[in-house]
Design a protein around this ligand. Structure first.
Ligand SMILES: O=c1ccn([C@@H]2O[C@H](COP(=O)(O)O)[C@@H](O)[C@H]2O)c(=O)[nH]1
Length: 300
């Protein structure tokens, strides 16, 4: 993770390089019991570990990043978390970027603990990036944003999630304090704006673009004239909803524009697919073919 001068290389730089080399797809590692059965594995810690490490082994060198779904490891207690630690270590050793999808968020003092658990150098569960929930306020997430910026890691904060139930909260209008006084803003947009502010303050150096947003593929369009305006974000966008939730590669282009649409000021845009890709396993060649087909459609 060190740059030529010995300092940390930003997550966004590393993500851009990985996307340029392998394509934008992020493969979710979601060891659902049904998928484990399809792979001939038991729904226990040994099965989850074999599954997660099998995905990394098959896709190393073929995918930019993977996103383990922490809940599906946590459900097995300490043995499940040990399996996650091993899969994260495998990915690190193989040069595959990782996003721990833990959706953490708490008051600032507790947030420091979450930040150190997932974003500190040497932490057993350290990942390249962590998903965060801003329901306690984006400001409360500062310990994670700051540690990510300092260690060349990233965060993805939920802005507009892929599930339909989120609309009531995320599309609500709220008063937000800005440089020009108070103004009404959609909650999801206010999250993006706060992340843009953080990124603007860390434009050069290891913290560059470390604050990304989660914008679901299944919740409508983005752009200046409708929906979310991501043009000032200055960071990456994680886009779940491709495949099992109904989103298509055409939807990615229609919603976010061509792969480099946010290139100058933001991005990369990284679509996520878990179940659709994982159903192709356990055969490594079939997993790689599923990833290749999606990456081809996303970039073609
Ligand atoms: O808005 C969100 C945020 C996170 N997710 C997570 O992404 C994967 C999607 O899995 P699929 O099998 O491709 O549907 C899963 O881990 C979700 O918890 C999301 O779907 N939407």
């Amino acid at each position: 993770m060190s740059g030529v001068d010995g300092g940390a290389v930003s997550f966004r730089t590393r993500l851009r390089e990985a996307v340029a080399a392998h394509g934008p797809l992020c493969v979710g590692i979601d060891p659902h019991p049904g998928l484990l059965a399809g792979w001939g594995l038991e729904p226990d810690a040994a099965g989850v570990e074999r599954f997660a490490r099998g995905v990394v082994e098959a896709l190393a060198g073929h995918v930019a990043l993977v996103k383990p779904q922490v809940a599906l490891f946590e459900v097995l207690g300490s043995a499940g978390l040990r399996a996650l630690e091993r899969a994260l270590a495998d990915a690190r050793d193989a040069g595959v970027l990782t996003v721990a999808d833990a959706k953490r968020g708490d008051i600032g003092s507790t947030m420091t603990g979450y930040a150190r658990a997932w974003l500190a150098d040497g932490a057993p569960l350290a990942a390249d990036a962590l998903t965060l929930s801003p329901y306690l306020g984006v400001g409360a997430l500062a310990p994670a944003l700051d540690l990510a910026a300092a260690t060349g890691r990233g965060v993805f904060v939920l802005a507009r999630t892929s599930n339909p139930e989120a609309a009531g909260v995320q599309s609500a209008q709220a008063w937000v304090e800005g440089p020009d006084g108070r103004r009404m803003r959609e909650v999801a947009q206010s999250v993006v704006d706060a992340l843009a502010e953080h990124n603007a303050a860390h434009r050069d150096g290891p913290g560059e673009g470390s604050a990304g947003a989660v914008v679901g593929l299944t919740r409508g369009t983005t752009g200046r004239d409708h929906g979310l305006d991501l043009t000032a974000l200055g960071g990456p966008v994680l886009v779940p909803g491709l495949g099992a939730q109904g989103g298509t590669t055409d939807d990615v282009a229609a919603t976010f524009g061509p792969p480099d649409a946010l290139g100058a000021t933001g991005g990369p845009v990284v679509p996520v697919s878990a179940r659709e890709v994982l159903r192709a396993g356990p055969d490594p060649g079939a997993l790689r073919a599923a990833v290749g087909a999606l990456n081809g459609a996303l970039t073609g």
